[in-house]
Design a protein around this ligand. Structure first.
Ligand code: MEV
Length: 328
């Protein structure tokens, strides 16, 4: 019996546990939607799920959520309960797995701040899928986990690039590029461990909204936006090399450059800029927003110890924590 599962006497799982981490984007958010390369890494905090047979006689499935920007019960049926998007995700699970999920209860506990561009919905999607497969005792390949997670991510984000659920289902640090003719996902092995301070401003208005608003701005200045996306692509290419060679000062400079472009794309905010400036003044090698922007989080790369920057963020009234990308 593996440690993530306990079995009843008839051989089926009584309860199955799963986990999926959050994510940060080091380079290329938004541009990735237009087929440009991006670099993403998993956070060392995530969503935990326990799946078991439903105890109540309510019509199910039931999601008992904690820390997902909502704490309480979610049921998908028309007179159900909970936020619409989470109800939509449960309804999608019924479409994907059939009525057998209606007899289940999924308990989810997230340590990823929700609505901050840190991949909480993609982590929930991947964790639910892994938990269901463990509960049903059905093997599943990482590719199929990613495919099912994308179906759930579409409920949360409309038509995402797929970078969030891909890095979350693979783990580690990845290079991601997707356009109409190719999908390239390649692991990057950092030569030196990379330590980050993450600083949180208020939640953003939503990834879907940010992507749509940018598309509308881009349509009015197509050539200029293409130049910006080309610049961001070049940053990702140079950053990938700098990460594999352990040149963290160069990675930091590239993050600062990427932040300049994100500001030009109007997805930064005065608060995000303030946190980036604060981190740089406190010695960060580089800082940028991560995810959709319009609020959310910044990541600051440090040479060694992220604590002084975490403390500076907290002292200024912003929630903050440290995370790292390991070498292998
Ligand atoms: C969200 O984490 C990243 C965006 O590029 C959207 C997407 O890739 O779907 C803003």
């Amino acid at each position: 019996m593996n440690h993530e599962q306990s079995e009843n006497l008839s051989g089926g799982a009584d309860i199955a546990f799963s986990y999926a981490p959050g994510k940060i984007i080091l380079s290329g958010e938004h541009a990735v939607v237009y087929g440009c390369p991006a670099i993403a890494a998993t956070l060392d905090r995530g969503v935990r799920i326990a799946v078991q047979s439903r105890k109540s006689d309510q019509k199910g499935p039931v999601l008992k959520a904690s820390g997902l920007g909502f704490t309480g019960h979610v049921r998908p049926d028309p007179d159900g309960e909970g936020p619409e998007v989470l109800r939509g995700a449960l309804a999608r699970l019924i479409e994907l797995y059939g009525d057998r999920v209606c007899d289940l209860e999924l308990m989810a506990d997230s340590a990823i701040p929700a609505g901050r561009g840190l991949g909480s919905s993609a982590a929930l999607s991947v964790a639910m899928i892994r938990g269901l497969h463990r509960f049903f005792e059905e093997a599943v390949s990482p590719e199929v986990v990613a495919e099912l997670a994308l179906a759930l991510e579409k409920v949360f984000h409309g038509n995402p690039s797929g970078i969030d659920h891909t890095v979350i289902s693979q783990g580690g640090l990845i290079w991601y590029k997707k356009n109409s003719s190719e999908l390239r996902v390649e692991k990057i092995i950092p030569k030196r461990a990379m330590h980050f301070a993450v600083g949180l401003t208020g939640p953003h208005a939503g990834t879907k909204q940010a992507v749509q608003a940018l598309r509308s701005r881009a349509s009015r200045h197509e050539t200029l936006y293409q130049h910006i996306f080309a610049g961001i692509s070049q940053i990702a290419t140079e950053m990938r090399l700098a990460i594999s060679e352990g040149k963290l000062a160069a990675v930091g400079e590239l993050m600062n450059l990427n932040q300049g472009y994100l500001n030009a794309l109007s997805v930064s905010t005065p608060e995000l800029e303030k946190l980036c400036t604060m981190a740089r003044e406190k010695g960060a090698l580089g800082a940028k927003l991560t995810g959709a922007g319009g609020g959310g989080a910044v990541i600051a790369l440090v040479d060694d110890d992220p604590k002084p920057i975490v403390n500076a963020f907290v002292k200024a009234g912003y929630l903050s924590f440290a995370t790292k990308c390991e070498t292998e």
